[in-house]
Design a protein around this ligand. Structure first.
Ligand code: NAD
Ligand code: MG
Length: 391
């Protein structure tokens, strides 16, 4: 039986993973979550986990009470989440949202576990550090983002030297058809509606702005070590083709599947084998057509920012992600508008590029965390100014 830990078990990715693990063949080691301790406790009992951890110390007591007498150990706090990731396990699935997932990712690979990575922020903030740590520990990293899982699957048996380009698809999000001038007034509720995928609130809004795709381009660059100019984004409203790989002989291998994250999660959980999964089978005749279009940079400025991040390298990924997280908080709190998010991130990147205190030569965890903190502060300052200016 594979011993598996789930980080972010109570989230959208986490619940899909709990569903798959609950079908058998796995021993649950540690489960982590946030404020929804009622659900976390339920999952821990359901899966017979050894340990349940909430990242919030103030939630410890409630979690302890709910699990009293069940034999499940309980802990709380960010360090406890990282320790949970380091518990002896064959596979650790990281479904935490945001940069908070980085330290648990590092802890998991350091402990030698296979890391099934949904937390793309780990690679965006510290790709070189994470991949080097995994290499040193002899740990495998598996992508769980659907596009990256698709690329990973298309590459089975292939030489990287034969890869000419990687194409990842994007639905275009909630505002694909909206007139550009309306975007500035879009609300968080409107942005949090996805045409095809059912996901957490933050990634759904990031899909509308394409910050999610921007993160994914950087994620692909870091994970597959592909140069930026060989990574393309295509708008594909049906979300059926998840990615394509183009080879030096002109052939393209596409990965198709229903928009259900249990596919990519299940692939990683069972890797290197394929197992039967409870996902809908495609009916291409019923679907009838698959459409593709190039993304409009005026609608999706985040994609251009991703190019700047990759050109700069070093800590700019951490800066980009932290500024994006802060701007997204501001948008959700209605302090700034939808189109302000990209402006704020761009401004923060500009100011951080000229920061002399930023050690861009060596990527250590401390440097990454420092860049993250500085970028969040600058983003909050910039948002303050924006909301003052617009009253
Ligand atoms: P979510 O908001 O639904 O769930 C996030 C989980 O992380 C919850 O269990 C929450 O309690 C936990 N969490 C939140 N803040 C935390 C912190 N500071 N420390 C520790 N744990 C914390 O998010 P999601 O949509 O499941 O996304 C999770 C990750 O997977 C993100 O990186 C996202 O980009 C990626 N992803 C998600 C999907 C999807 O379908 N939802 C698809 C591809 C990739
Ligand atoms: Mg994705």
């Amino acid at each position: 039986m594979k011993r598996v830990s789930l980080l972010g078990a109570t989230g959208s990715i986490g619940e899909s993973a709990v569903d798959l693990i609950g079908r058998g063949g796995f021993q649950a080691v540690a489960l982590t979550g946030g404020r929804n301790v009622a659900r976390l406790a339920e999952q821990a009992v359901e899966l017979g986990a050894e340990l349940a951890v909430t990242c919030f110390p103030e939630c410890y007591e409630e979690l302890r009470q709910r699990l009293e007498g069940t034999g499940v150990d309980v802990a709380a706090g960010a360090d406890a989440v990282a320790q949970a990731a380091a518990q002896p396990a064959d596979l650790v699935l990281n479904g935490i949202v945001g940069a908070a997932g980085l330290q648990p990712s590092l802890a998991a690979v350091r402990a030698g576990a296979t890391l099934a990575l949904a937390n793309k922020e780990s690679l965006v903030c510290a790709g070189p550090l994470l991949m080097a740590t995994a290499r040193e520990a002899g740990a495998q990293v598996l992508p769980v983002d659907s596009e990256h899982s698709a690329v990973f699957q298309a590459l089975v048996g292939e030489e990287m030297s034969a890869v000419e380009r990687v194409v990842i698809t994007a639905s275009g999000g909630a505002f694909r058809e909206w007139p550009l001038e309306k975007l500035a007034r879009a609300t968080p509720e409107q942005a949090a509606t996805h045409p095809n995928w059912d996901m957490g609130q933050r990634i759904t809004i990031d899909s509308a702005s394409m910050f999610n795709k921007a993160l994914e381009v950087i994620e692909a660059h870091e994970f597959f070590a592909i140069p930026p100019e060989r990574i393309e984004v295509l708008i594909h409203p049906q979300s059926t083709v998840h990615a394509l790989v183009g080879f030096c002989d002109g052939a393209m291998m596409a990965h198709l599947g229903a928009p259900d994250m249990r596919h990519a999660i299940g692939y990683a959980l069972h890797w290197p084998e394929r197992a039967e999964l409870p996902v809908a089978r495609l009916d291409l005749a019923a679907l009838g057509r698959l459409d593709f279009a190039a993304p409009d940079p005026a609608r999706y400025p985040a994609l251009l920012l991703a190019q700047e991040v990759m050109a700069a390298g070093g800590l700019m990924g951490a800066v980009f992600n932290a500024a994006k997280e802060a701007a997204l908080d501001g948008f959700i709190a209605r302090s700034i508008g939808f189109t302000d998010m990209a402006r704020i991130v761009e401004a923060v990147m500009g100011r951080m590029a000229s920061q002399t205190g930023l050690n861009n030569d060596m990527m250590t965890l401390d440097n990454v965390l420092q860049a993250d903190q500085m970028a969040r502060e600058l983003a909050r300052e910039a948002m303050q100014k924006t909301s003052e200016a617009t009253g």
